[in-house]
Design a protein around this ligand. Structure first.
Ligand code: 1CP
Length: 346
């Protein structure tokens, strides 16, 4: 299937584009009333994610309703621990909760590298249906959590401000940590390759909890595993988004990836210097800007575009869109990128 809009793929590969491509992290679900309508027809997030026709429907909603230049498959990073043997629940308004967590090396025996085709077949099926229904309108992004971020949830069992139990293990049983991180990495590589075989046109690795590690731990317990993933994924462009990994930007610039995501606190010019000219940068409007009035959204988006410049940039927020953002503000952000960025090329 030939893509009618391949802006994001060309930008990721460093080719010239007529305008800057744009999408939003967490664009599927959360903000759209049309999403909430589909969501209320099932028991909850997990049933929605495991019903490929519905997952495909909510994946495509932002393409139809917001006009983004890419779809991202509706799923969650936590399907990986589940496939490895650690099931989770989604508690309404609270988030993920794992009844069992990994507490010691003995618990690793209960886990295994996932059999992706059988344990995550529903995601692959959703990708196939989405690709068919997108019919080449825009590329489809596949994704997974980075091993360190997945490790955080497998140890902690739920969201946390500090993930201190996960960080404790790095000092008390680093060997166990490395073992588990390697199992997650092996699963993630097979999983991303299966997503690509099912039709994903590019993939993104989310290291949402990168920012809580000191630099030496980030290299040992996070980046070394992301490096394995980047080296293994050769089929399509890959994006690494490591939120808060300020001290690791230079090293991230040396990964075998096409695109590096910036959070909204990362200075654009400083990041470009650290990461180098050979990567595409993605981001990084402060997600809270979308609470401002339309004129401010427009002005802040233009400033961001001016600072990144026309080449090697994929416009996005600096993290996921907040659930209570007015979709009209999201449209204003997208429309500003579309109307203003061609002018940067003249
Ligand atoms: O929103 C989308 O675009 C759809 C796909 C998607 C993605 C890319 C979901 C659906 N989750 C994610 C990624 C994800 N999940 C990340 C990485 C990106 C980020 O940092 O935002 C993380 C850390 C999670 C874990 C997770 N899942 C949380 C955070 C928990 C915490 O406090 O640490 C929560 C609340 C979820 C639930 C979830 N995931 C997705 C949806 C639509 C929901 C809400 C569940 C519901 O509808 O009840």
């Amino acid at each position: 299937m030939e893509l009618k809009n391949d802006l994001i793929l060309r930008a990721a590969r460093g080719e010239k584009t007529e305008r800057t491509p744009v999408w939003l992290m967490r664009q599927a679900g959360r903000i759209l009333p049309e999403y909430r309508a589909v969501r209320s027809s099932v028991s909850g997030f997990i049933e929605l994610a495991q019903t490929p026709e519905l997952a495909a429907e909510v994946t495509i909603q932002p393409v139809d309703l917001l006009g983004v230049d890419a779809a991202i498959i509706f799923s969650d990073i936590l399907v990986v621990p589940e496939a490895m043997g650690l099931p989770y629940e989604m508690v309404e308004k609270k988030g993920p909760w794992f009844p069992e967590t990994v507490k010691s090396a003995a618990d690793l025996k209960k886990l295994s590298v996932a059999d992706v085709e059988s344990d995550l077949g529903y995601v692959l099926e959703a990708i196939k249906i989405t690709k068919k229904e997108l019919n080449g309108r825009v590329p489809l992004i596949g994704f997974a959590g980075a091993p360190w971020t997945i490790f955080c949830y497998m140890i902690e069992g739920h969201g946390s401000k500090t993930f201190s139990n996960a960080r404790k293990i790095l000092y008390t049983d680093p060997q166990m940590a490395q073992q588990l991180l390697q199992m997650i990495t092996d699963t993630t590589i097979t999983y991303l390759k299966a997503q690509i075989a099912a039709g994903a046109d590019m993939v993104q690795v989310f290291d949402s909890w990168a920012g809580i590690l000191p630099d030496d731990h980030y290299e040992t317990f996070a980046l070394s595993y992301i490096r394995q993933i980047c080296d293994a994924i050769t089929e399509v462009p890959i994006t690494v988004f490591a939120k808060g990994a300020y001290g690791a930007r230079k090293a991230i610039g040396q990964l075998n990836c096409n695109t590096v995501g910036l959070d909204w606190n990362m200075d654009i010019q400083e990041s470009r210097q650290l990461i180098g000219a050979n990567k595409t940068l993605q981001g990084n409007l402060d997600p809270a800007v979308l609470y401002a009035d339309f004129a401010t959204v427009e002005a802040k988006t233009k400033t961001m575009l001016d600072t990144f410049g026309p080449d090697r940039h994929i416009a996005n927020l600096g993290h996921g869109v907040y659930p209570d953002i007015d979709p009209e503000k999201v449209k204003c952000f997208i429309e500003t990128v579309k109307s203003y960025s061609p002018g940067l090329r003249k």
